[in-house]
Ligand binder design. Sequence first.
Ligand SMILES: *[C@@H]1O[C@H](CO)[C@@H](O)[C@H](O)[C@H]1NC(C)=O
Ligand SMILES: *[C@@H]1O[C@H](CO)[C@@H](O)[C@H](O)[C@H]1NC(C)=O
Ligand SMILES: *[C@@H]1O[C@H](CO)[C@@H](O)[C@H](O)[C@H]1NC(C)=O
Ligand SMILES: *[C@@H]1O[C@H](CO)[C@@H](O)[C@H](O)[C@H]1NC(C)=O
Length: 486
Amino acid sequence: METLMDHLPSLQNSESPFVSLYTTIAALLFIFILWKILTRTSGNLPPGPWKLPIIGNLLNVGALPHRTLRDLAKKYGPVMHIKLGEISSVVISSPETAKIVLKTHDMLFAGRPFILAAHIIWYESTDIIYAPYGDYWRRLRKFCITELLGAKRVQSYRQIRADESLNMIKTIAGSVGSSVNLSKIISSFSLNITSRSSLGKIDTKQEAEFMEHIHKFAEELGGFSFSDLFPSIKILGVISGERSRLEKLHRELDTTLENIMGDHEKRKADAADSSQTEAELLLDVLLNLQERGQLDFPITRNNVKAVIMDMFVAGTSTSSAVIEWAMSEMMKNPRILRKAQAEVREVYKGKETIDETNLHMLNYLNLVIKETLRMYPPGAILVPRLAGEKTEIDGYEIPRKSTVLVNAWAINRDPNYWEDAETFYPATRKFGFSNQILSNHSKMVANYIYFATKNYLVAIYKLRIFFTNQSILGGYRWSLKFTIHG
Ligand SMILES: *[C@@H]1O[C@H](CO)[C@@H](O)[C@H](O)[C@H]1NC(C)=O
Ligand SMILES: *[C@@H]1O[C@H](CO)[C@@H](O)[C@H](O)[C@H]1NC(C)=O
Ligand SMILES: *[C@@H]1O[C@H](CO)[C@@H](O)[C@H](O)[C@H]1NC(C)=O
Ligand SMILES: *[C@@H]1O[C@H](CO)[C@@H](O)[C@H](O)[C@H]1NC(C)=O
């Protein structure tokens, strides 16, 4: 009888005694790889670029992820699988697939992945951008949409906007003839409006401090963090110093915000509403909500602070970015600039002050903003979402707990959907489809784009100030002399 054992001695004689060990390992490895391949193909993940061990596709992403991911999607398709560190991610790059995520299965993708920076700084992610999906998020979001950012409330801050517009015009007029840092002026203008309508008149030193913290926070949110990419290595956040850095930033932000709120509450108690000429501040609306418990669920002072921070993170950087891009595109296209200017002068002929009536008549400026939002969507990749369950898109499996990234920037520049996709062309675009999904989405879900489009009229208003005839800027001719970052 021949057994396997009979062959072994000869093998052992001809080679080293370790060979059998090697063959066993090789065989096991082979079986393991085969099993991996089989289970993977049965899972049918979306296609995607080759993944390096451990870091996955981190090197593919680079500094401008919306661009690199768009280029990769050209090769692998509108549903693409990548791995960012340990995080299995699905990148969505077409209007049809975005619609599945943002509309058809909206609730399935309503969760947010855990982001350490948002968790620590945003009071355990109790703001409306990163709050985990659930009752709290749903009710708070509804309250913000209808109460905080509703048309009536936005309307009530018109005096603040008028004052700040005059301030800005004076600032620009002070530098006629020389070059102005438009970026800086527009940011300061947006900040002044957000700040006065949310927190009231605050100490400029406190405001500067607060904004410095907010900028740092926005930076933390914008970059990749190793502890988010490698969640299984819990100690990473500690040894990299990330955790302590974020905690320090949180403490500083909280202290500044508490000081501002404390001063405000003291002033309110002292004045006993006698000097209450300005509209009700967003802070007061939220504090009232906390006191009265109008939402059928209790909100805390920390929740109030988290939402106030939302207003600053979203209200200042995104809205000024939109205005900056619009101005920059118009200066590059004198024809567009002249047309917008002529429209403003026609609609506001003979008006003495900067008022907000007839904004809806500025059709062309409206198109300019729409086109700006198409080409430069604030938050080029939408706030990441989490697949709540295993699901399917276009026949591919989206595993449970995958991070889903919608590349709004890629969708808005896809030549399959837009004529002259890379040209700034303010006109009624033929393929409004993707814009509609994204703006419907923005109505439904609080994210950066939401704030930008919600403040749409405000954006038009801000832009048209630059063309006011009656103002000191009347005869001023804009010329392109500035560099724009981003
Ligand atoms: C914003 O407010 C500050 C402080 O009141 C002021 O110095 C600054 O000029 C304002 N910014 C603009 C653009 O008007
Ligand atoms: C203009 O202001 C922005 C924002 O404050 C700043 O980042 C940028 O460096 C400034 N640009 C120039 C040319 O000074
Ligand atoms: C600007 O305003 C002045 C004074 O009201 C008016 O005479 C002039 O025609 C206006 N210019 C334009 C281009 O509307
Ligand atoms: C967007 O919303 C409008 C009305 O709210 C609806 O008629 C339209 O079908 C929606 N479009 C998409 C693409 O979801």
